[in-house]
Design a protein around this ligand. Structure first.
Ligand code: TXA
Ligand code: MG
Length: 334
């Protein structure tokens, strides 16, 4: 067990001494949890195989599931790629810094195999959070960082969520308050003829298509075992609370509530519901960005409150809600 140091840091103007401390720990090969605009990331040097391997150990993550490498500029990303696809150039110019991850051919002399689960590609993103950027700039090296949760558990959007899973397993947690986006980055494979969305995320398909009209979607219900996946994030069981989660059509919500026993959590976005002694109700915003920003925090809270079952009012079918629907479907199937 490590003693995990939690340090408050200003989310907009990070203190230079704190940034230097985090960069120093990373440079020594240690694990440092860093806030990003999406979720908190469990960071380690991406160009050091031993450091990167510690991430898998701390998370309990299987070695077949590759990591996202974080960089401070498009140039740094290009330097990690065997070659830099035109689609990666177009998409990163449009969305970086921001919640877009591009999958490009990996330069094996720059990125060790352990980061990419031995595959020929590497996933890279430039985060938009001032703290993450400041640490990357101070370190001057790429940082591999999956979401800072134990394997298959809910992603963290606060430092308190991080500590639930990783206290004693990392050297340091930089606490910059809640993450603004709350849903992970959109992962886009740029190695083929057309860019392919491997994981829905904070940037929508429509937003991507406004830049590259030919972006395609990859079927997101891969096999259970994580083998032969284009993106192992497609493992069904993922992003899951401890409680059993059930997505319910709005018109069936009251029947479902009546039929469910035990301590019940309810997440709505459209219908109003007043909490009762046995139902703990959370009303989220009725638009996808605000909803996404608070979804994981709501599920963490309902877990902490000891809910056995969480009923979630099904979100609308349109594209802007795709990432929210995807995360709920994964949480539900576990
Ligand atoms: O918003 C985010 O992306 C957060 C923050 C911390 O940056 N990170 C994150 O990492 O969500 P993680 O490890 O929880 O999810 C990484 C996703 C997985 O779905 C993984 O399979 C996919 O990216 N991925 C990583 N490398 C890949 C590669 N070379 N090819 C295809 N998919 C890859
Ligand atoms: Mg994750």
């Amino acid at each position: 067990m490590l003693r995990t140091q939690v340090i408050r840091v200003d989310a907009k103007v990070p203190e230079a001494d704190t940034v230097a401390l985090a960069a120093g720990a990373l440079a020594r090969g240690e694990l440092v949890v860093i806030p990003t605009e999406t979720v908190y990331g469990l960071g380690a040097l991406a160009d050091d195989a031993d450091a990167a391997a510690r991430i898998f150990e701390a998370k309990g993550r299987p070695a077949y599931n590759p990591l996202i490498v974080h960089v401070a500029s498009v140039d740094e990303a290009r330097a990690l790629a065997a070659w830099w696809p035109a689609h990666a150039e177009a998409l990163t110019r449009a969305f970086w810094p921001g919640p877009l991850t591009v999958v490009v051919p990996r330069d094996a002399s720059k990125v060790p195999g352990v980061v990419s689960a031995g595959g020929p590609t590497v996933a890279i993103r430039m985060p938009a959070h001032p703290v993450a950027l400041a640490v990357l700039r101070a370190l001057k090296r790429p940082v591999a960082a999956p979401s800072a949760n134990r394997f298959q558990q809910l992603s963290p959007t606060t430092a308190a969520h991080v500590l639930k899973g990783l206290d004693g397993r990392v050297s340091m947690v930089l606490d910059a308050g809640p993450c603004e986006r709350g849903i992970e980055s959109t992962v886009v494979d740029c190695t083929g003829e057309h860019p392919a969305v491997l994981r829905h995320g904070s940037i929508t398909l429509d937003e991507l298509r406004a830049v590259v009209p030919t972006v395609v979607e990859v079927r997101s219900d891969g096999p259970e075992d994580g083998t032969a996946l284009r993106s192992p994030g497609m493992i069904r069981k993922h992003y899951a609370p401890r409680a059993r989660l059930v997505v319910v059509r709005p018109e069936a919500l009251y029947d479902a509530l009546r039929a469910t026993s035990g301590r019940v959590g309810l997440v709505t976005h459209h219908r109003d519901y007043t909490a009762t002694a046995t139902v703990l109700a959370v009303a989220l915003p009725d638009e996808p960005k605000g909803y996404g920003a608070r979804l994981y925090a709501a599920l963490h809270m309902l877990d902490d409150a000891g809910c056995d079952v969480v009923l979630v009012e099904a979100p609308p079918d349109d594209g802007a809600w795709a990432a929210v629907r995807d995360r709920l479907a994964r949480a539900e199937s576990s």
